[in-house]
Design a protein around this ligand. Structure first.
Ligand SMILES: Cc1cc2nc3c(=O)[nH]c(=O)nc-3n(C[C@H](O)[C@H](O)[C@H](O)COP(=O)(O)OP(=O)(O)OC[C@H]3O[C@@H](n4cnc5c(N)ncnc54)[C@H](O)[C@@H]3O)c2cc1C
Ligand code: FES
Length: 263
């Protein structure tokens, strides 16, 4: 029953386990942090990886839902989620002590920035959950441009202030930071070839940021969110276009090179 990270588990092996819920707390309206404790050996998650979480105790809904690793400590895994539909509404009702069926950690991780490049993170909405552990890992080195529709949807601002080299906030309605969107703020920030860019956010934002990065000859990676059924590469439900054909976000991703996807 050890929750530890054993070297005996091969990377890439699918790990399905029961997880004891420790805590499920609202951190902002409709946004929760759920902490769980794996009841089996698991691999330590790396920034960018995700879990498929069974959101109900019965068979309905059948499909697990994907959530990024938001943080982890001493074998405990944290996810940060926003309530959107039926699955996350059920997850909101989960109480400490309950057991969830979980699969993971899944997918690839964010690479470290190449030597000599300054990491810049562009995040929109709940996608901050995906890049948060990366920003933490980079320990005060990353400039972070974080945007949302309104202040009600912005989370972890104090924590980000403490771990980012520089934090630029923006909201569409101007209720926090500049009244602007992430691509515009990135432009104003002076994105250039000396930066290594990490992108995670809604499709429209990611598309605009990728266009800006291409114009400025900036290298980096983007993490994509697609609807997922299996999460392990078996159903092709999460395929996205790349210059080399279709690739599965759950298996070849979710992290792709900026010029490695067609959005
Ligand atoms: C790899 C990956 C990592 C993710 N990490 C997180 C995370 O850390 N925190 C978090 O809050 N969410 C994350 N998501 C999105 C999350 O999986 C969905 O919000 C969740 O599955 C919605 O389930 P539901 O049953 O509540 O909503 P549904 O009833 O299925 O849908 C409700 C609404 O949410 C939208 N939606 C559902 N799934 C997705 C999706 N995959 N991408 C974009 N929009 C979606 C639908 O368009 C619909 O408008 C991630 C998705 C992926 C693919
Ligand atoms: S969700 Fe089934 S292949 Fe990705």
């Amino acid at each position: 029953m050890s929750p530890s990270s054993r070297a005996s588990i091969p990377r890439g092996a699918v790990r399905s386990f029961g997880a004891r819920v420790l805590d499920n707390s609202e951190v902002k309206k409709d946004t929760y942090v759920l902490r769980f404790f794996p009841l089996a050996e698991t691999l330590p998650p790396r920034p960018g990886q995700f879990y498929m979480v069974g959101v109900g105790t019965g068979l309905e809904p059948l499909l697990k839902r994907p959530f990024c690793m938001f943080d982890h400590e001493e074998g405990r895994v944290h996810i940060l989620y926003r309530v959107r539909g039926r699955g996350t509404e059920l997850l909101r009702r989960v109480r400490p002590g309950e057991t969830l069926a979980v699969l993971g950690p899944l997918g690839n991780a964010y690479p470290l920035p190449p030597r000599g490049k300054t990491p810049v993170v562009a995040a929109g909405g709940t996608a901050i959950a995906s890049v948060f552990p990366l920003i933490k890992h980079l320990k005060g080195k990353a400039a972070v441009i974080y945007g949302a529709r309104t202040v009600e949807e912005m989370v972890m601002m104090e924590e980000l202030e403490g771990i980012a080299r520089r934090l630029v906030l923006c909201t569409e309605d101007g209720t926090c930071g500049s009244a602007a969107m992430v691509p515009g703020m990135l432009d104003e920030f002076g994105l250039g070839p000396e930066h290594f860019l990490y992108v995670c956010g809604p499709r429209g934002m990611a598309r605009a940021v990728l266009r800006l990065a291409a114009e400025r000859s900036v290298k980096g990676v983007v993490s994509l969110e697609e609807f997922m059924a299996c999460g392990i590469g078996a159903c092709m439900g999460c395929a996205v276009r790349t210059p080399g054909g279709y690739r599965r976000v759950c298996k070849e991703g979710p992290v792709f090179k900026l010029d490695g996807v067609v959005l």
